[in-house]
Design a protein. Sequence first.
Length: 415
Amino acid sequence: MYSPPLPRHHLSHSNRRQLVDSDGPPLRLYQVWKGRNKFLFGGRFIFGPDVRSLFLTLSLILAPLSLFWAFVARGLINAFSHGGGLIIVIFSVILTAHIIVLLFLTSGRDPGIIPRNPHPPDPDDCDTSSLSTDWLGSQSSAPVIPPTKNVMVNGIVVKVKYCQTCMLYRPPRCSHCSICNNCVERFDHHCPWVGQCIGKRNYRYFFMFVSSLTVLCLYVLTCCLINVKRIMDEDNCNIWKAIQISPVSGILIMYTFVVCWFVGGLTAFHLYLISTNQTTYENFRYQYDRKMNPYNLGCARNFKEVFCSTIAHPRSNYRARVTSSYVEKKISPEMPNRSLDMEMERRQAVDADEFEDIRNQVGSFGGLERCGTQPRCDDWDQTSNSETTPDKYMLSFEFGTEPCIKDRETVSIDP
């Protein structure tokens, strides 16, 4: 059965704490997953957020085939003796079942999702050689995470980007899908017809699905043409009269002819991508035809890499049970840097009464009175100015206090 993920971004601190400290059964990873994926059967199957498009895809496949089996196949079985027509129908049934299995293998498995980091990487470990001087000059003296870094791929320097959402440097050929909200290895594209990203772990099944669907369309088209030709020979009539006798054959001929152009063109395009070791994303964005492709290993080795290599295991076990600390990290708001995480943990360890005393004591030393309608703010950080920083706002929100005292005092000015 479908198990919806728990709400994450709209939980208050008390609700998050209550969820973590509850005595119920431990949560599983798919229940605290931050992506937009849909999980079925207790996390055993992972689909994209637009999984409902599968029903449309299945209807576009099964509806014309049902007409084919109900009206056209009957005439073929009667026309061919010695069971030839029955073999034609059985082959179409087997090919259809094969296509449906490939459809669910493409849509219902992990395409190569890279798990998110609980914390951003240490800025000291990041390579800043790829940053421009203008960008460095615009930053403060505090350590920052470079937006890109250089890696070597087959002797060629490739830049990889830092993902602000997943808090990691994407591996080469990885991209963040805005629909599923995940970083996917060897990201090809997000296919709305299967409702899933196409990546490293399901690209093979996607290509087999598209190519097999092309074969099925050609097969049904050929069988319908044979049926029309049979009617023309038996009734000694022209093609228009034969289509009037078997209108379903005419409808399927037009339908499969149009679909063949779509899925056949898609199959040809992906054959080109496989032969040159490109993805759809790379082909449209980087245009390797105009520059060197660092992933091209030659036509034969490129095909071998797609069809003969072992499919990697998923990086995440979505049915694994998670600890309370892991759950708290996943459902708590994402901190902008690691220092703020440490500050939050330290602040949460202080009792509410003690925190109030500390705030009052610090406010008595650092409070500044302002004239007019300007409020008086507490100076929480002795190294900062009277300006309230985003860190103070986040800390005050977490403990339910206001960063500034709203009381205003009337100042009398002597003449």
